[in-house]
Design a protein around this ligand. Structure first.
Ligand code: ZN
Length: 319
Protein backbone atom coordinates (compact mmCIF):
# COMPACT_ATOMS: atom_id res chain seq x y z
CA UNK A 1 0.00 0.00 0.00
CA UNK A 2 1.38 3.40 -1.02
CA UNK A 3 1.10 5.60 2.09
CA UNK A 4 2.22 8.70 0.17
CA UNK A 5 -0.63 8.25 -2.26
CA UNK A 6 -3.18 7.84 0.53
CA UNK A 7 -2.05 10.85 2.56
CA UNK A 8 -0.97 13.26 -0.17
CA UNK A 9 -3.05 12.11 -3.13
CA UNK A 10 0.06 11.03 -5.03
CA UNK A 11 1.91 14.36 -4.69
CA UNK A 12 5.60 13.61 -5.20
CA UNK A 13 6.80 16.57 -3.11
CA UNK A 14 6.60 14.64 0.14
CA UNK A 15 7.64 11.32 1.58
CA UNK A 16 5.92 9.77 4.59
CA UNK A 17 8.67 8.49 6.86
CA UNK A 18 6.57 6.96 9.63
CA UNK A 19 3.19 7.06 11.38
CA UNK A 20 2.80 6.90 15.16
CA UNK A 21 -0.42 6.39 17.07
CA UNK A 22 -1.37 6.78 20.70
CA UNK A 23 -4.70 6.81 22.55
CA UNK A 24 -5.87 10.14 21.20
CA UNK A 25 -3.91 11.01 18.09
CA UNK A 26 -1.98 10.05 15.00
CA UNK A 27 1.37 11.63 14.21
CA UNK A 28 2.61 11.47 10.63
CA UNK A 29 6.28 12.24 10.01
CA UNK A 30 6.93 13.66 6.57
CA UNK A 31 10.01 14.67 4.63
CA UNK A 32 10.01 17.39 2.00
CA UNK A 33 11.58 15.99 -1.18
CA UNK A 34 11.97 19.25 -3.07
CA UNK A 35 15.46 19.99 -4.42
CA UNK A 36 14.68 23.56 -5.38
CA UNK A 37 12.40 26.37 -4.29
CA UNK A 38 11.50 29.88 -5.40
CA UNK A 39 12.48 32.89 -3.34
CA UNK A 40 9.23 34.56 -2.17
CA UNK A 41 10.82 38.01 -2.62
CA UNK A 42 12.67 37.97 -5.95
CA UNK A 43 11.02 34.77 -7.26
CA UNK A 44 14.37 33.36 -8.40
CA UNK A 45 14.86 29.64 -8.11
CA UNK A 46 17.44 28.33 -5.66
CA UNK A 47 18.86 24.86 -5.06
CA UNK A 48 21.38 25.81 -2.42
CA UNK A 49 20.21 24.32 0.88
CA UNK A 50 20.93 26.37 3.97
CA UNK A 51 19.49 24.08 6.64
CA UNK A 52 16.49 22.01 7.72
CA UNK A 53 13.70 22.88 10.09
CA UNK A 54 10.60 21.24 11.45
CA UNK A 55 7.04 22.41 11.04
CA UNK A 56 3.96 21.02 12.77
CA UNK A 57 0.51 20.99 11.18
CA UNK A 58 -2.91 19.89 12.41
CA UNK A 59 -4.58 17.70 9.80
CA UNK A 60 -7.95 16.06 9.23
CA UNK A 61 -8.82 13.52 11.95
CA UNK A 62 -8.21 9.83 11.25
CA UNK A 63 -10.44 7.06 12.64
CA UNK A 64 -11.86 9.54 15.15
CA UNK A 65 -8.46 10.61 16.44
CA UNK A 66 -6.66 13.95 16.03
CA UNK A 67 -4.00 13.92 13.33
CA UNK A 68 -0.91 16.01 13.08
CA UNK A 69 1.88 16.13 10.54
CA UNK A 70 5.51 16.77 11.47
CA UNK A 71 7.20 18.08 8.33
CA UNK A 72 10.94 18.32 7.89
CA UNK A 73 11.43 21.16 5.42
CA UNK A 74 14.36 22.99 3.83
CA UNK A 75 15.71 26.49 4.06
CA UNK A 76 17.41 27.78 0.94
CA UNK A 77 19.89 30.53 0.20
CA UNK A 78 18.70 33.19 -2.22
CA UNK A 79 21.39 33.62 -4.87
CA UNK A 80 20.17 37.02 -6.08
CA UNK A 81 22.67 39.60 -4.90
CA UNK A 82 20.20 42.47 -4.71
CA UNK A 83 17.60 40.43 -2.83
CA UNK A 84 17.41 41.36 0.86
CA UNK A 85 16.12 37.88 1.66
CA UNK A 86 19.36 35.91 2.03
CA UNK A 87 17.70 32.77 3.39
CA UNK A 88 14.13 31.69 2.83
CA UNK A 89 11.96 28.75 3.80
CA UNK A 90 10.81 26.18 1.32
CA UNK A 91 7.47 26.84 -0.43
CA UNK A 92 5.00 24.12 -1.44
CA UNK A 93 2.31 24.05 -4.09
CA UNK A 94 -0.11 21.95 -2.04
CA UNK A 95 -1.07 21.07 1.51
CA UNK A 96 1.23 23.42 3.45
CA UNK A 97 1.14 27.22 3.31
CA UNK A 98 3.75 29.50 4.90
CA UNK A 99 2.94 30.61 8.47
CA UNK A 100 0.07 28.12 8.71
CA UNK A 101 -0.36 25.57 11.49
CA UNK A 102 -3.09 23.61 9.72
CA UNK A 103 -3.04 21.77 6.42
CA UNK A 104 -4.94 23.30 3.50
CA UNK A 105 -7.50 20.51 3.46
CA UNK A 106 -8.24 20.98 7.16
CA UNK A 107 -8.66 24.74 6.71
CA UNK A 108 -11.09 24.18 3.84
CA UNK A 109 -13.23 21.84 5.94
CA UNK A 110 -13.20 24.20 8.92
CA UNK A 111 -14.18 27.14 6.73
CA UNK A 112 -17.12 25.21 5.29
CA UNK A 113 -18.30 24.15 8.75
CA UNK A 114 -18.11 27.65 10.24
CA UNK A 115 -19.81 29.20 7.22
CA UNK A 116 -22.69 26.77 7.62
CA UNK A 117 -23.13 26.84 11.37
CA UNK A 118 -21.44 29.92 12.88
CA UNK A 119 -18.63 30.19 15.42
CA UNK A 120 -19.90 28.52 18.60
CA UNK A 121 -21.81 25.75 16.84
CA UNK A 122 -18.84 25.05 14.59
CA UNK A 123 -16.60 24.79 17.64
CA UNK A 124 -18.88 22.16 19.18
CA UNK A 125 -19.12 20.22 15.90
CA UNK A 126 -15.35 20.27 15.42
CA UNK A 127 -14.74 19.01 18.96
CA UNK A 128 -17.11 16.13 18.23
CA UNK A 129 -15.04 15.41 15.12
CA UNK A 130 -11.75 15.37 17.10
CA UNK A 131 -10.65 18.73 15.73
CA UNK A 132 -9.83 20.89 18.76
CA UNK A 133 -10.37 24.49 17.68
CA UNK A 134 -12.00 27.55 19.25
CA UNK A 135 -14.67 29.77 17.73
CA UNK A 136 -12.41 32.83 17.39
CA UNK A 137 -9.97 30.82 15.27
CA UNK A 138 -12.86 29.65 13.11
CA UNK A 139 -14.20 33.17 12.67
CA UNK A 140 -10.71 34.31 11.70
CA UNK A 141 -10.86 31.83 8.83
CA UNK A 142 -13.93 33.63 7.51
CA UNK A 143 -12.16 36.99 7.76
CA UNK A 144 -9.23 35.65 5.76
CA UNK A 145 -11.33 33.82 3.17
CA UNK A 146 -11.26 35.23 -0.33
CA UNK A 147 -14.51 36.71 -1.54
CA UNK A 148 -15.79 35.37 -4.86
CA UNK A 149 -14.68 37.30 -7.91
CA UNK A 150 -17.10 40.06 -8.84
CA UNK A 151 -15.34 41.79 -11.71
CA UNK A 152 -17.78 40.52 -14.35
CA UNK A 153 -20.99 40.97 -12.41
CA UNK A 154 -24.14 41.50 -14.50
CA UNK A 155 -26.91 42.18 -11.97
CA UNK A 156 -26.23 43.96 -8.70
CA UNK A 157 -28.40 44.53 -5.65
CA UNK A 158 -27.38 47.35 -3.32
CA UNK A 159 -28.85 48.08 0.09
CA UNK A 160 -27.72 49.32 3.46
CA UNK A 161 -26.54 47.10 6.31
CA UNK A 162 -26.05 47.91 9.95
CA UNK A 163 -22.48 48.02 11.18
CA UNK A 164 -24.06 49.14 14.46
CA UNK A 165 -27.84 49.30 14.40
CA UNK A 166 -29.34 52.81 14.45
CA UNK A 167 -25.84 54.31 14.64
CA UNK A 168 -23.64 53.33 11.74
CA UNK A 169 -24.52 51.89 8.35
CA UNK A 170 -22.61 50.68 5.32
CA UNK A 171 -23.63 49.33 1.91
CA UNK A 172 -24.03 45.67 1.05
CA UNK A 173 -23.58 44.53 -2.53
CA UNK A 174 -25.24 41.33 -3.73
CA UNK A 175 -24.80 39.41 -6.97
CA UNK A 176 -28.40 38.87 -8.04
CA UNK A 177 -27.48 35.99 -10.35
CA UNK A 178 -25.95 33.87 -7.60
CA UNK A 179 -27.88 35.56 -4.74
CA UNK A 180 -24.64 35.90 -2.77
CA UNK A 181 -23.12 38.98 -1.12
CA UNK A 182 -19.97 40.05 -2.93
CA UNK A 183 -18.92 43.14 -1.05
CA UNK A 184 -19.41 45.43 1.92
CA UNK A 185 -18.72 49.14 1.73
CA UNK A 186 -17.93 51.00 4.93
CA UNK A 187 -20.47 53.78 4.35
CA UNK A 188 -23.45 54.77 2.23
CA UNK A 189 -21.75 57.68 0.49
CA UNK A 190 -22.29 58.39 -3.17
CA UNK A 191 -18.59 58.52 -4.05
CA UNK A 192 -17.79 55.19 -2.39
CA UNK A 193 -20.41 53.27 -4.35
CA UNK A 194 -19.71 55.24 -7.52
CA UNK A 195 -16.01 54.33 -7.55
CA UNK A 196 -16.91 50.66 -6.97
CA UNK A 197 -19.35 50.69 -9.89
CA UNK A 198 -16.96 52.43 -12.26
CA UNK A 199 -14.64 49.41 -12.19
CA UNK A 200 -17.39 47.07 -13.44
CA UNK A 201 -18.32 47.74 -17.03
CA UNK A 202 -20.23 44.47 -17.37
CA UNK A 203 -22.97 45.68 -15.04
CA UNK A 204 -26.38 45.71 -16.74
CA UNK A 205 -28.91 45.90 -13.90
CA UNK A 206 -28.80 47.65 -10.52
CA UNK A 207 -31.53 46.93 -8.02
CA UNK A 208 -31.79 49.56 -5.28
CA UNK A 209 -34.13 51.41 -2.97
CA UNK A 210 -34.96 55.13 -3.23
CA UNK A 211 -32.00 56.36 -1.19
CA UNK A 212 -30.67 59.39 -3.07
CA UNK A 213 -26.97 58.47 -2.71
CA UNK A 214 -27.55 55.04 -4.25
CA UNK A 215 -29.51 56.61 -7.06
CA UNK A 216 -26.84 59.21 -7.88
CA UNK A 217 -24.00 56.71 -7.55
CA UNK A 218 -25.74 54.28 -9.90
CA UNK A 219 -26.38 56.99 -12.47
CA UNK A 220 -22.78 58.24 -12.40
CA UNK A 221 -20.93 55.00 -11.78
CA UNK A 222 -22.80 52.69 -14.15
CA UNK A 223 -24.75 54.78 -16.68
CA UNK A 224 -25.08 51.74 -18.94
CA UNK A 225 -27.06 49.81 -16.31
CA UNK A 226 -30.83 49.78 -15.89
CA UNK A 227 -31.94 50.80 -12.42
CA UNK A 228 -34.84 48.87 -10.93
CA UNK A 229 -36.61 48.75 -7.60
CA UNK A 230 -36.26 45.47 -5.76
CA UNK A 231 -39.26 43.29 -4.97
CA UNK A 232 -39.02 43.74 -1.21
CA UNK A 233 -39.23 47.52 -1.42
CA UNK A 234 -42.03 47.32 -4.00
CA UNK A 235 -44.10 45.15 -1.64
CA UNK A 236 -43.22 47.37 1.30
CA UNK A 237 -44.31 50.48 -0.59
CA UNK A 238 -47.51 48.73 -1.73
CA UNK A 239 -48.29 47.76 1.87
CA UNK A 240 -47.75 51.33 3.07
CA UNK A 241 -49.97 52.72 0.29
CA UNK A 242 -52.75 50.24 1.15
CA UNK A 243 -52.56 51.19 4.80
CA UNK A 244 -52.95 54.91 3.92
CA UNK A 245 -56.01 54.18 1.76
CA UNK A 246 -57.64 52.05 4.45
CA UNK A 247 -56.94 54.65 7.12
CA UNK A 248 -58.44 57.38 4.95
CA UNK A 249 -61.55 55.38 4.08
CA UNK A 250 -62.09 54.00 7.56
CA UNK A 251 -65.45 55.79 8.16
CA UNK A 252 -66.80 54.60 4.79
CA UNK A 253 -65.74 51.01 5.46
CA UNK A 254 -67.37 51.16 8.88
CA UNK A 255 -70.69 52.27 7.33
CA UNK A 256 -70.56 49.45 4.80
CA UNK A 257 -69.92 46.90 7.53
CA UNK A 258 -72.82 48.17 9.62
CA UNK A 259 -75.15 48.13 6.60
CA UNK A 260 -74.16 44.55 5.83
CA UNK A 261 -74.82 43.42 9.39
CA UNK A 262 -78.42 44.66 9.12
CA UNK A 263 -79.22 42.76 5.94
CA UNK A 264 -81.42 39.71 6.17
CA UNK A 265 -79.66 36.60 7.30
CA UNK A 266 -79.57 33.86 4.72
CA UNK A 267 -82.14 31.07 5.11
CA UNK A 268 -80.59 28.08 6.86
CA UNK A 269 -79.93 25.33 4.41
CA UNK A 270 -81.31 21.88 5.07
CA UNK A 271 -78.61 19.34 4.51
CA UNK A 272 -79.41 16.12 2.78
CA UNK A 273 -78.07 14.21 5.75
CA UNK A 274 -80.67 15.94 7.94
CA UNK A 275 -83.61 14.36 6.06
CA UNK A 276 -84.53 11.08 7.76
CA UNK A 277 -83.81 8.16 5.49
CA UNK A 278 -86.11 5.14 5.08
CA UNK A 279 -83.61 3.09 7.05
CA UNK A 280 -83.76 5.53 9.97
CA UNK A 281 -87.58 5.47 9.87
CA UNK A 282 -87.54 1.69 9.98
CA UNK A 283 -85.14 1.78 12.92
CA UNK A 284 -87.47 4.03 14.89
CA UNK A 285 -90.48 1.75 14.20
CA UNK A 286 -88.52 -1.33 15.27
CA UNK A 287 -87.45 0.38 18.46
CA UNK A 288 -91.01 1.45 19.24
CA UNK A 289 -92.35 -2.09 18.73
CA UNK A 290 -89.65 -3.48 21.00
CA UNK A 291 -90.68 -1.02 23.70
CA UNK A 292 -94.29 -2.12 23.26
CA UNK A 293 -93.25 -5.72 23.99
CA UNK A 294 -93.58 -7.14 20.48
CA UNK A 295 -91.33 -10.19 20.08
CA UNK A 296 -88.26 -10.09 17.90
CA UNK A 297 -89.60 -12.89 15.72
CA UNK A 298 -92.82 -10.92 14.99
CA UNK A 299 -90.89 -7.77 14.21
CA UNK A 300 -88.53 -9.66 11.88
CA UNK A 301 -91.48 -11.25 10.13
CA UNK A 302 -93.35 -7.94 9.81
CA UNK A 303 -90.42 -6.06 8.31
CA UNK A 304 -88.96 -9.08 6.49
CA UNK A 305 -85.73 -8.61 8.35
CA UNK A 306 -83.14 -10.80 10.00
CA UNK A 307 -83.54 -11.42 13.71
CA UNK A 308 -80.25 -9.68 14.38
CA UNK A 309 -81.97 -6.34 13.75
CA UNK A 310 -82.50 -5.58 17.49
CA UNK A 311 -78.76 -4.76 17.64
CA UNK A 312 -79.97 -1.33 16.39
CA UNK A 313 -81.03 -0.79 19.92
CA UNK A 314 -77.50 0.16 20.88
CA UNK A 315 -75.63 0.83 17.63
CA UNK A 316 -78.20 2.51 15.41
CA UNK A 317 -78.38 2.01 11.64
CA UNK A 318 -75.35 2.45 9.44
CA UNK A 319 -75.47 5.57 7.32
ZN1 ZN B 1 15.41 36.46 -3.26
Amino acid sequence: MNVNKIIFNGTSQFKVVSVDSDMDSFTIYVLGKGKISFCPNCEQVSSKVHSYYTRKFADLPTFGKCSKIILRAHKFYCSTLECPLKVFTERYQDHFKPYQRRTDRLNIKLLNIVLESGGKSAERICNQLSIPVCDTTLLRLIEKAELPSNEDIIALGVDDWAIKKRERYGSILVDLVTNRPIGLLGDREEDTLCSWLQKRDSLQIISRDRYINFKNASTKGAPQAIQVTDRWHLLKNLGEAMRKILDREYSTLKKVREANSKTKMAEPRVLKSMIPSAQQEKFKEVKLLLEQGVSIQDIARRFKMSRTVPSYDTQGPKQ
